[in-house]
Design a protein around this ligand. Sequence first.
Ligand SMILES: Nc1ncnc2c1ncn2[C@@H]1O[C@H](COP(=O)(O)OP(=O)(O)OP(=O)(O)O)[C@@H](O)[C@H]1O
Length: 702
Amino acid sequence: MPFKHFLFHHIFRPIVSQIFTHKLKFNSFLHPNSQRRLLSTLAQIQNRASFAISNFSTFSGQDTMGSGSKQGKRAGFEGENVVNGGLRIKGKAGKRKRENGGEKDSNFRSKRRGGAQNSSETSSGMRKKNENDSKGSLFNGRGKKGRGSSEFKRGGKFGGRLEEKIISNNADMEEDEKDKGFKSFKDLIDDEEADDDHEEMEEEEGGDGLLKNRSVLKAPQSSPEESASYLSESRFDQCSVSPLSLKGIKDAGYEKMTMVQEATLPLILKGKDVLAKAKTGTGKTVAFLLPAIELVVKSPPIARDQKRPPILVLVVCPTRELASQAAAEANKLLKYHPSIGVQVVIGGTRLGLEQKRMQTNPCQILVATPGRLRDHVENTAGFATRMMGVKVLVLDEADHLLDMGFRKEIEKIIAAVPKERQTLLFSATVPPEVRQICHVALKRDHEFVNTVEEGSEDTHSQVSQTHLVAPLDKHFSLLYTMVKQHIADDVNYKVIVFCTTAMVTKLVAELLGELKLKVREIHSRKPQSYRTRISDEFRKSKALILVTSDVSARGVDYPDVTLVIQIGVPSDKQQYIHRLGRTGRKGKEGQGILMLAPWEEYFLSNIKDLPISKAPEPLVDTETRKKVERALSNVDKKSKESAYQAWLGYYNSNKKIGKDKYKLVELVNEFSRSMGLDNPPAVSKQVLGKMGLKSIPGLRSK
Ligand SMILES: Nc1ncnc2c1ncn2[C@@H]1O[C@H](COP(=O)(O)OP(=O)(O)OP(=O)(O)O)[C@@H](O)[C@H]1O
């Protein structure tokens, strides 16, 4: 083995991977900015290390780089195609300093544009023109040369397509799937402790190779007056989709494509790998399902005597609700394709039942949550063989699936499907650290489609966002007052209240129930059958409140939600955006309120680029306060004890709040008093030990 191979395999790579794996431990000594820089640098080093290694033919492990990995010199991003609503640049993109979502992108753009087209007026004018051009070229093959910087290529299956060189425009999740290895401990405290607040990383100026030499494609854009609309002007029947799929689409009530569907469909039909970012509730599910179905339509039918028919399309979703929903959407589109089957495999149901179902009813499309999928790969006879037939792999909520929580599962899944496949990554949020590791799943020449318009935030402008900072002991009565006020204002109210953990969710639901509000709860401690039932009920209902943990944060499509309240600090900015995205779907209006305690106020700086303003504190009269106190006294003591422990676990794992354990204990005891408990509940020694809180005064152990 040449010396440089030895150096990479046995010295450099193990060291980097060890550092990366244990980053959280030594990170805690550093200032947050340094932490971010360190993580970013490590990610870059690791990308380079693995890429450099993959360039050597001796690397035979999990080469997830795809077929192009041997050609490039940098990790995964050179030559990436970006589709979005920006302006063009040729050559190297060079340096940028990451601050946050939209801000940094516009900074970056104006830097690179060199003043040629800096004003938003210019860009919207440009967008309007491009919209017309793109429509022509996309569907009629009438692409024109754009003004100044636009550069169009024509051709492609889809009747000619606009291509433009432009600049990038650039949980507590369902823990029943996440971190399986830590399940036993997590069970002790709460299934849904968010283990990380994934803070935004900062991209260092230059050197990362991320933004250099991008070939960038222009997405069709809406005109300014249309910008609030999620729909494009293009109809499904204008594109090369099979007549039977079109019938299904029509029956589902879809006529025009949404912006993200219009932008991604031609690329996916052409066989490109795509990373797509589009705001919440704008039809991403159909955007990946429809072309995936078309691929199945074009594949040879399953022979009746085929023992292990291949799975052709694999969709991976982070939560059970989302997987079930995606499968339901697939079934709608498959209405006139009786020979194409879709099945869903999710945690919380009996593995044996799923195995049987798959045997008797083999499907070409499988929708799964990561943990259960791995179970099948490892324990279901013939399943691994079937996975080797996968032609399209979809990672829905890709940023979350690729972050540290699910990363291992996803790597295993990727290793179980063929390297020669098409991969699609969709999400409403694509933070830079996730883009840095996209090469884990995508080919190097993938297209980045960004339908979030230049200068616009990742949230919807038609959703009003406010924050309220108030002492913990006021939170319950404030929540009640706000909800009551909202109900009085809107008879068709549909409210979602997000809480930090499953057990806090349970407590809040019980409290609102005691206060005679119409309330339902969903969290990971509820059986799956219950979760499905409540989810279906809430989808169809009006005049109902859903109190939930982050199992409902991403992707779940409840129509007409009028208000989203988030109590307590969300695990990160992305989670805030996804939770808020349960309202304002399909261009509708909505309202979001984030309620924090004073010591959680720091989080507002993470979302400072979003249009969130300070809410006036609602007046809580004495009668209301007393009513809430009485209701609290009726809430089961056990629920309070569980909420106390879960709350402690959640904030203990928060990098900022959990750093000072003495302060943390003061805060959890404040929470205890806010629930009306005279004495803080005792927590088992084992749990306290695992949380590293054994000797902290103020905690009672049992
Ligand atoms: N072309 C279309 N026309 C009208 N409605 C559509 C169209 N495509 C999808 N929808 C509907 O839009 C709603 C939102 O779609 P979907 O849940 O896929 O959004 P999303 O972008 O994935 O949201 P999230 O980011 O929250 O996951 C769904 O009710 C879906 O049925």
